[in-house]
Design a protein around this ligand. Structure first.
Ligand SMILES: [Zn+2]
Length: 419
């Protein structure tokens, strides 16, 4: 009897030891969804080692000692992506600061702490990668990215912009006595030399993408200015994202072949057609009604008027076969929702714009991956790619709202959330 007990104990010990040694994780994926095609493969085995996907197969033999995660009754997808976040901006309505005052009353350290909270909430909602496009004080986004990469705090992979580069004034009105108050939030750059200097300084301080605000003043960047900035960013391996609020700004950005048009609010059908022809991604930031209602005091229209106009722009993009990626652009607090839940309210904006469930899933996954430029790195469940994997309880191609019920999140092979 004693001998049997001893051999049992030895067996338990060795199987635990083997699991620790193998370092392999296996996910039993009941329904593996490919967002590129909408195809669903049943009963797949995903082998993960060293944070990467090693193999995906239905005949894979599970390695001895592997950590097995049973998701055989779940729908498995690559982690979602959001191309346009401002994680270190979380307007605190209780302080009655509003849109403008938060950038002068909240120091960068506080902004970084806001970012820690929002990054965690995004990851737990299923967003394993975000592109953060500025408005983070004095490089709080770079600090947040580094802290996540170093494992100090939980959050998505971040591709961050550093300070937003813009013509004098940024996105605000300034007065002669306080002409610098919107810096460092914005990096004023009017001449080519200033643009080059701003890009280089951003890269030095940790930017991984360059963001230009093209047209929020009466003077806007020309197509030549934007092409100059793009060339400078590209030389260092960074892409250029262009905030465009007017049709003229979007035209200039498209002419300069930017990596993405952000917002595109004022785009006419002809400009949409040009974006489609040149295959320039359109990052839709079509605010949902709950998000617009939370910003109501800063809007010049009613939330419903703004919602309808945003939805119509997105509809126009789909009608013109524009390549659409997803951006949330949330900067505030939606009552009773964290940043992740608020971000997922945008599914409704896409539905109301007439996008199919597959189109919506693509905007929230592969199209954003391609817009950020993460091909062969992360964003698909394929061998050699990062193990960024989520699970939902139902088929998102039949019911896209199921993306609000992410039950499992893995980032770089590490389980962040499980059933
Ligand atoms: Zn934005």
């Amino acid at each position: 009897m004693k001998k049997i007990l001893l051999s049992c104990l030895i067996a338990v010990f060795f199987s635990a030891w083997a699991a620790a040694q193998s370092g392999s994780t296996v996910i039993k994926a009941g329904y593996l969804v490919d967002p590129e095609t909408g195809a669903i493969s049943k009963d797949q085995i995903i082998l993960i080692e060293g944070g990467k996907i090693i193999q995906v197969s239905d005949v894979l033999k599970i390695p001895k000692g592997a950590n097995v995660i049973d998701l055989s009754d779940q729908y498995i997808l690559p982690g979602m992506m959001d191309c346009h976040t401002h994680l270190c901006w979380h307007i605190n309505d209780k302080k009655n600061d509003g849109y403008v005052m938060s950038i002068v009353r909240e120091p960068t350290a506080y902004r970084a702490i806001q970012g820690v909270m929002n990054a965690k909430d995004m990851l737990h909602a299923g967003f394993t990668t975000v592109r953060d496009v500025g408005n983070n004080g004095n490089y709080a986004d770079a600090a947040l990215r580094m802290a996540i990469e170093d494992g100090l705090v939980e959050g998505p992979t971040i591709v961050n912009a550093g300070r937003i580069i813009s013509p004098f004034g940024g996105q605000r009105w300034v007065i002669p006595e306080r002409k610098d108050y919107t810096q460092p939030e914005y990096f004023f750059a009017d001449t080519r030399d200033e643009i080059k200097k701003a890009i280089r300084e951003n890269i030095h301080f940790g930017a991984k993408v360059i963001k230009l605000v093209v047209d929020d003043q009466k003077y806007i960047y020309s197509a030549e200015d934007i092409a100059f900035a793009k060339k400078e960013a590209n030389l260092a391996g960074l892409k250029l994202a262009a905030h465009c609020a007017t049709d003229a700004g979007a035209r200039n950005a498209i002419e300069a072949n930017v990596a993405s048009i952000e917002h595109g609010f004022g785009m006419t059908p002809a400009t949409m057609a040009l974006a489609a022809e040149k295959q320039i991604p359109f990052v839709s930031t079509t605010f949902s009604l709950p998000v617009l209602e939370s910003l109501a005091s800063d809007l010049s229209h009613t939330p419903l008027e703004d919602y309808t106009s945003g939805v119509n722009t997105l509809k126009m993009a789909y009608e013109h076969d524009v390549f659409v990626a997803f951006g949330s652009d949330i900067i505030g607090k939606v009552p009773n929702m964290d940043r992740g839940a608020a971000t997922l309210t945008f599914l409704k904006s896409f539905q109301d714009a007439g996008a199919s469930n597959l189109q919506i899933l693509q905007a929230f996954t592969v199209n954003s991956m391609k817009t950020i430029g993460l091909q062969n790195e992360r964003g698909l469940i394929k061998s050699g790619w990062a193990a960024d994997i989520i699970a939902v309880p139902a088929d998102p191609i039949k019911n896209i709202e199921t993306l609000k019920q992410v039950v499992f999140v893995m980032k770089n092979g590490k389980v962040i959330k499980s059933k």
